[in-house]
Write a protein that binds this ligand. Structure first.
Ligand code: IMP
Ligand code: MG
Length: 172
């Protein structure tokens, strides 16, 4: 296991992210919807950088990949979502990999009446993302390695690390 992105670097980029989001929103109120569980750290940091009124909610989305990283189903538990009609929504996750999670969730939130849905992630595995999808905001593009920390887990562990680390085959 080795460190890929340290804490001060994350703090700097999250501040930049908050400024961009605030700047583009101007004074419109925002609903931040975090994808459980990995988004919790980024949501907590980013909402404190936004200067317009913000509401915060979470959806749970689980993907079952089986043993390959290829095909899988996405299960979304969004029964508790508030009324989003007319709201600008920022959908936040820890990482964008293939993009299937955020694509499906963005569609769901639009179907709940959101005026706009934008996506923000800390990390973007650009080379793995399906061609027709990209995040509206991201902090770091990373190569195709398995990362943990700052909300990201391996089998439930490591979410609390304040930095991003790469797990190597020996660690898995
Ligand atoms: P996507 O639907 O393929 O974009 O997958 C995104 C989800 O996969 C994220 O919400 C993470 O839960 C998980 N994920 C993808 N890559 C990693 C990683 O390197 N470490 C931990 N979780 C990951
Ligand atoms: Mg996730």
């Amino acid at each position: 296991m080795y460190k890929l992105i340290d804490e001060p670097e994350i703090r700097r980029q999250v501040a930049v992210l908050g400024e961009r989001i605030s700047g583009e929103l101007q004074d419109r109120p925002l609903t931040v919807v975090g994808v459980l569980t990995g988004s919790i750290v980024l949501v907590a940091d980013v909402i404190r950088q936004i200067e317009t009124p913000v509401q915060v909610d979470f959806v749970r989305a689980s993907s079952y990949r089986g043993r390959t990283t290829r095909s899988r189903d996405l299960t979304v538990d969004a029964v508790e979502l508030p009324d989003l009609s007319g709201r600008d929504v920022l959908l936040v996750d820890d990482i964008l990999d293939t993009g299937r999670t955020l694509r499906a969730l963005a569609e769901l939130l639009r179907s709940r009446g959101a005026a706009s849905v934008r996506t923000a992630v800390l990390l973007w595995k650009r080379d793995r993302t399906e061609a027709d999808f990209q995040p509206d905001y991201f902090c770091f593009a990373i190569p195709d390695v398995f990362v943990v920390g700052y909300g990201l887990d391996y089998d439930g562990d490591y979410r609390h690390l304040p930095y991003i680390a790469v797990l190597e085959p020996d660690d898995l």
